[in-house]
Design a protein around this ligand. Structure first.
Ligand SMILES: Nc1ncnc2c1ncn2[C@@H]1O[C@H](COP(=O)(O)OP(=O)(O)OP(=O)(O)O)[C@@H](O)[C@H]1O
Length: 401
């Protein structure tokens, strides 16, 4: 087998960060590319450890800095870059898991509930109603990671005391907010901690654990199938069955589209795991042959204005419906005038939901004041977002939609 980099059991977390190309991936995400890193391998082989370091159960006992994983090191690198560029990067994070073929938000309050996975012509698959939370410090994103990871489904089995029973996807949205930066860059950095493949006989899983294991193995099989087909030369490629699982739908763009992907294959040093190790290495070899056509996401001023308007109308409609459900009085319809664009009032029928295909309204709303035509639109959007928070959660949360 030949790989871009190989690390043995004694390699430090820092060596993995520097030697795997992770730093370059962070820089590409800042430049507007959709970047993904996913950890793959048998259960107990160190995927979560590589991405997050050893799991800590509380904020009061954080992991030693030297043990922090690819995620925390990437966050530090991202914030460092943001500071060196005069804080012109707006950062937000969303965190979800796929558990038993259900997509669940790890940052939303309350018991986890399944969110719909939709498809749009322009952006491909996306999760509707997923929360995205702004952050501007290492502490804030570390806190989000801890909160989400504690909500993630884990169980103990024979090969791992804290085995992840779901695939987890943490996405950092990066947007340059310098007013002069038009078209504006919109990159993402997605960390995927896949649940480990497992032989039920070896892990001793029964009942719920075995249902989870079957779902994990089925989705990993679907992912392997897509990777095998994508690895074929472009002329010989058949239809890629992304729709076979939620995991492949969400990874579609990273795997075969315009994204840049780093795969970390984790293997056990034990000779007892030889057959699983070989299977992981074959899987990784196939993935290595997949080529994508990286394309930076740049959004023109006109497109941004149009999206803003659409998001405002969607929120206006949703707030109206929430008010009706809560038996609250209607508020008068507000309008906004943007120089150079037609004025629109009222809600546009047919729009709904908090998370549009672009996810644009989830970015921080400040920082656009330098663009003359926009403050009124952004101000209006901010009003609707705050109102939506109050209607949904009673105003107790500090999140950006
Ligand atoms: N390189 C390493 N150095 C020290 N400990 C490690 C290393 N890799 C993994 N471990 C430890 O091994 C155990 C299993 O690792 P981890 O939970 O990361 O596996 P996993 O592949 O994510 O498993 P699963 O798929 O079951 O969730 C953990 O206790 C972890 O701290």
């Amino acid at each position: 087998f030949g790989f871009s980099a190989v690390f043995d059991a004694g390699a430090s977390q820092e060596a993995v960060f520097e030697g795997s190309g992770m730093r370059q991936l962070v820089e590409l995400a800042i430049d507007g590319f959709s970047c993904t890193v996913f950890a793959f391998g048998q259960t107990g082989s160190g995927k979560t450890y590589t991405l997050m370091g050893p799991l800590t159960q509380s904020e009061s006992r954080p992991a030693a800095p030297g043990l922090l994983g690819l995620m925390q090191r990437s966050f530090a690198c991202l914030l460092e870059q943001s500071r060196s560029r005069g804080s012109d990067l707006a950062l937000s994070a969303s965190y979800l898991e796929i558990y038993n073929e259900q997509v669940r938000d790890l940052l939303s309050p309350g018991p986890p509930c399944a969110l719909p996975l939709r498809w749009s012509k322009t952006c491909g698959f996306y999760v509707e109603n997923q929360l995205s939370v702004d952050f501007d410090s290492l502490e804030a994103i570390a806190d989000l990671l801890l909160q989400g990871s504690q909500r993630r489904r884990t169980s103990a089995h024979a090969l791992n005391r804290h085995s992840s029973r779901s695939h987890a996807l943490l996405t950092i949205h990066i947007r340059s907010r310098a007013p002069s930066a038009c078209p504006s860059k919109q990159g993402t950095l997605c960390f995927v901690d896949l649940a480990g493949s497992e032989r039920v006989k070896e892990t001793g899983s029964t009942g719920e654990l075995s249902v989870e294991a079957n779902n994990i193995n089925r989705s990993l099989l679907a992912l392997g199938h897509c990777i095998s087909l994508l690895a074929k030369p472009r002329g010989k490629r058949m239809h890629i069955p992304y729709r076979d699982s939620k995991l492949t739908r969400l990874l579609a763009r990273s795997l075969g589209g315009s994204g840049i992907t780093l795969m970390v294959a984790c293997i056990s040093p034990s000779s007892r795991c030889l057959s699983e190790t070989l299977s992981t290495l074959h899987y990784a070899s196939r993935a290595r042959r997949v080529t994508t056509r990286p394309l930076a996401n740049r959004v023109s001023r006109e497109k941004l204005l149009q999206t803003l308007e659409e998001e405002i109308h969607a929120l206006q409609l949703e707030n109206l419906s929430l008010r009706q459900q809560l038996c609250l009085p209607r508020v008068p319809t507000r309008s906004v005038e943007v120089p150079g664009t037609p004025t629109r009032t009222g809600a546009r029928p047919g729009w709904g939901g908090r998370y549009g295909p672009t996810g644009l309204h989830r970015f921080p709303l400040e920082g656009q004041e330098g663009v003359p035509a926009w403050p009124s639109l952004y101000g209006l959007l901010r009003d609707f977002v705050v109102e939506n928070e109050q209607l949904r959660y009673g105003g107790g949360m500090h999140r950006t939609h």
